[in-house]
Design a protein. Structure first.
Length: 155
């Protein structure tokens, strides 16, 4: 018995190759973008970012991060040269000054700084400013030390 591609009843069990018709061929597509703008044209990333941020619910995170990224533009180069934002947690911005004198000066201008931040970022991003001086070095050297609560001066 020879096999000619037909089984019992004359039915051909081999799949036939699909033929591409004119509707599948991209050369015969009826929608062309042409020289004008089209919905399939590429868009600039800057135009898409606000939509992506809103869609994914990142507006709060982007606003919080913009405090650090735009610090110099918001407070000005003079103030930004002597302090930097350290952390933003629950609306409280921790600003570290380069010296205690600058920390004191910035505390006097805290209302103006907070006003600039609220104008640039919105009133709900930074609710409170905490301005501190630089961290002091610890004097705990070695594995054994005496806990000392008094003055560090020697008289």
């Amino acid at each position: 018995m020879s096999y000619n591609g037909t089984g019992s009843g004359g039915y051909n069990y081999r799949p036939r190759p699909k033929r591409r018709g004119k509707s599948d061929d991209p050369r015969f597509r009826k929608e062309w973008s042409g020289p004008g703008p089209d919905k399939r044209d590429p868009e600039l990333l800057g135009n898409l970012l606000p939509q992506i941020v809103r869609k994914n619910g990142w507006t709060r995170k982007v606003a919080d991060a913009s405090v650090f990224g735009r610090w110099e533009a918001i407070v000005g180069p003079d103030i930004a040269g002597h302090c930097h934002p350290e952390q933003l947690e629950n609306g409280e911005l921790l600003v570290v000054a380069e010296s205690t004198a600058w920390a004191t000066q910035l505390r006097l201008f805290s209302r103006q700084i907070h006003g600039k931040l609220a104008a640039a970022l919105g009133p709900s991003v930074v609710k409170r400013l905490k301005i501190v001086g630089p961290k002091q070095p610890t004097r705990s050297y070695g594995p054994r030390r005496v806990r000392f609560n008094g003055s560090r001066d020697t008289f």
